[in-house]
Design a protein around this ligand. Structure first.
Ligand SMILES: NC(=O)c1ccc[n+]([C@@H]2O[C@H](COP(=O)([O-])OP(=O)(O)OC[C@H]3O[C@@H](n4cnc5c(N)ncnc54)[C@H](OP(=O)(O)O)[C@@H]3O)[C@@H](O)[C@H]2O)c1
Length: 280
């Protein structure tokens, strides 16, 4: 029996993946911020006859304290981890600031993955063939990192924040081999393309209706995206880090994966986390 931790494991692709893994006899620790979605995940698991193998960990991954609590909660639940899958997200149409003074999307979509990736690595390294799967946007829509305004105080849009989060995750993945030379864990960045999920729920009504209508025609079901993630968990590429857009391999070259930018983000991230630790 393998053990998987999935952030955002209570909805969308994460939930569909959890269902696939539970159905084949594995153990799943789903992390999410809402009690109702957590209860639905557990009820689903019970229907599959997997109640004993399903765990819900409630944590707000937009706060550094919540990220740390989640890492501790996973460590309390298991001695070793076959994969950590990062899929927690919530689109923010208006700029929101977290308790740590960070822009919400930067914190949830990027920083939580940086913190949990490091925090869970000792558990992962104990598994036979461990994988970190970061569900983000490599090779997809363009976006840039606002190095001089990382918290997007001056020029915010939800799309800009989401795209910046994707670029930060590209660099996080590209930097993994430099941070952890010789690690057994494989880092996989995966862009599922357009998927029918709760992603559009936070949009204002007209945009929500339009996105949901488009999704009916153009998007793949969450279960199909989850099946691809499961393949990547079962059979990761041999390289320490790899990126995919759906089935297509994305070369980890060019500005999105630039080693100097990755090192810069690593340093900035360390500074942010040191500041949060001082305030705690
Ligand atoms: N859907 C797409 O078309 C698409 C395209 C490209 C990439 N992706 C990526 O794929 C991943 C999964 O996307 P999805 O569309 O399946 O997501 P989704 O259906 O919107 O589900 C998001 C999950 O994140 C959790 N979450 C939200 N805020 C949280 C918080 N503060 N703390 C902890 N958990 C939180 C949600 O649970 P609670 O609300 O209960 O917290 C839920 O389980 C994301 O990383 C996304 O960027 C998706």
């Amino acid at each position: 029996m393998r053990t998987y931790a999935i952030t955002g494991g209570t909805d969308g692709i994460g939930r569909a993946l959890g269902r696939l893994l539970l159905a084949r006899g594995d153990r799943v620790i789903a992390v999410g911020s809402g009690a109702a979605k957590g209860a639905a995940f557990l009820a689903d698991a019970a229907d599959l006859g997997a109640a004993q193998r399903a765990h819900f960990l409630r944590a707000d991954l937009s706060t550094v304290a919540g990220m740390r609590r989640a890492a501790e909660g996973v460590a309390q639940a298991t001695d070793s981890l076959d994969a950590a899958v990062f899929g927690a997200q919530r689109f923010q149409t208006a700029r929101a600031q977290t308790a740590d003074g960070l822009e919400f999307t930067f914190a949830l979509a990027y920083l939580s993955r940086a913190v949990l990736g490091e925090g869970l690595l000792p558990l992962l390294e104990r598994a036979e063939r461990p994988v970190i799967a970061n569900l983000a946007g490599p090779g997809g829509l363009p976006g840039t990192i606002a190095w001089d305004d990382l918290q997007l105080r001056r020029r915010y849009s939800g799309r800009r924040a989401a795209m910046q989060g994707s670029r930060c995750n590209d660099l996080l993945g590209a930097d993994f081999p430099a941070r952890h030379p010789g690690a057994r864990t494989r880092y996989v960045l995966y862009n599922p393309g357009f998927v029918r999920t709760a992603m559009a729920d936070p949009l204002p009504p007209p945009a929500r209706a339009a996105t949901k209508a488009l999704a009916l025609v153009l998007a793949q079901p969450a279960a199909a995206a989850a099946a691809r993630v499961r393949e990547l968990l079962d059979d990761p590429p041999p390289e320490p880090a790899a990126a995919f857009f759906r089935r297509r391999r994305v070369p980890m070259t060019g500005p999105d994966f630039d080693p100097a930018a990755a090192a810069r983000l690593r340093a900035v991230t360390a500074g942010i986390l040191a500041g949060a630790a001082r305030r705690a």
